[in-house]
Design a protein. Structure first.
Length: 232
């Protein structure tokens, strides 16, 4: 579902977009709902299990769909609108504890906010500060600021992600995960597009900050063999 026709079409136009770009547009604003992430109460605290609505229930998105936020990506000579998501879908282990479930919920928000940053959403509008702290937050902020300086924006479909494992104790936790960046490319003013068609194996560290799980560090491994075949 992630290697969609729309994604392929987007990549096929990247070289044309870069070639005809003589000047940068100002970062475009949001349409529809604000990209600000849900209130901090949506980020599950330790020992808190998020409620999941059954399909067709009064609270289910199936019967009451949430309006989708959209964003017009900046710096491109042709208008390109993306649909933003508040969380990335991953499958939770059946035997996950309450704390592990809360950590995975935070992870889903972090990765959705990071995806928004790559697409060019202004850093302060992604809500990432509600789900990240310390070194990891600083790294993402630095990337966002550099993107503004370079007039850089990423093109590509929503990145599929796969949860390999989650471990949590009272104060710290780790999530091991895979990311498929097929169909993605970075476009910067005055530079040729940089294509990315790789798998990533990451380990994200979380800690409890004021009662909520927040990511504090992420590392990527050179050996991505555990991720091979998980997206097929």
């Amino acid at each position: 579902m992630f290697r969609s026709i729309g994604a392929a079409a987007a990549v096929s136009t990247i070289l044309a977009l870069a070639a005809c770009s003589d000047s940068a547009d100002e970062p475009a604003g949001l349409t529809g709902d604000s990209t600000t992430a849900p209130d901090a109460t949506d980020s599950a605290a330790p020992s808190e299990t998020p409620e999941v609505s059954e399909p067709g229930s009064p609270d289910s998105n199936e019967t009451n769909p949430e309006p989708t936020s959209t964003f017009t990506q900046p710096y491109l000579p042709e208008e390109r609108v993306v649909e933003l998501r508040d969380t990335v879908p991953v499958e939770l282990p059946a035997d996950a504890t309450d704390d592990e479930t809360a950590v995975v919920t935070a992870f889903q928000h972090v990765q959705a906010s990071w995806e928004q940053i790559l697409w060019g959403v202004p850093f302060e509008q992604t809500g990432i500060e509600r789900y990240s702290t310390g070194e990891h937050l600083d790294t993402m902020r630095d990337y966002a600021e550099e993107s503004v300086e370079l007039q850089r924006v990423s093109l590509g479909p929503p990145m599929p992600q796969h949860l390999l494992s989650v471990e949590a104790d009272a104060e710290t936790a780790t999530v091991k995960f895979c990311v498929d960046s097929s169909g993605w490319a970075d476009v910067s003013e005055g530079s040729p597009p940089k294509f990315d068609d790789e798998l990533y194996l990451g380990t994200m560290t979380f800690e409890v900050v004021e009662g909520a799980w927040k990511s504090s560090r992420v590392e990527y491994a050179d050996d991505v063999s555990p991720c091979e075949g998980v997206f097929s």
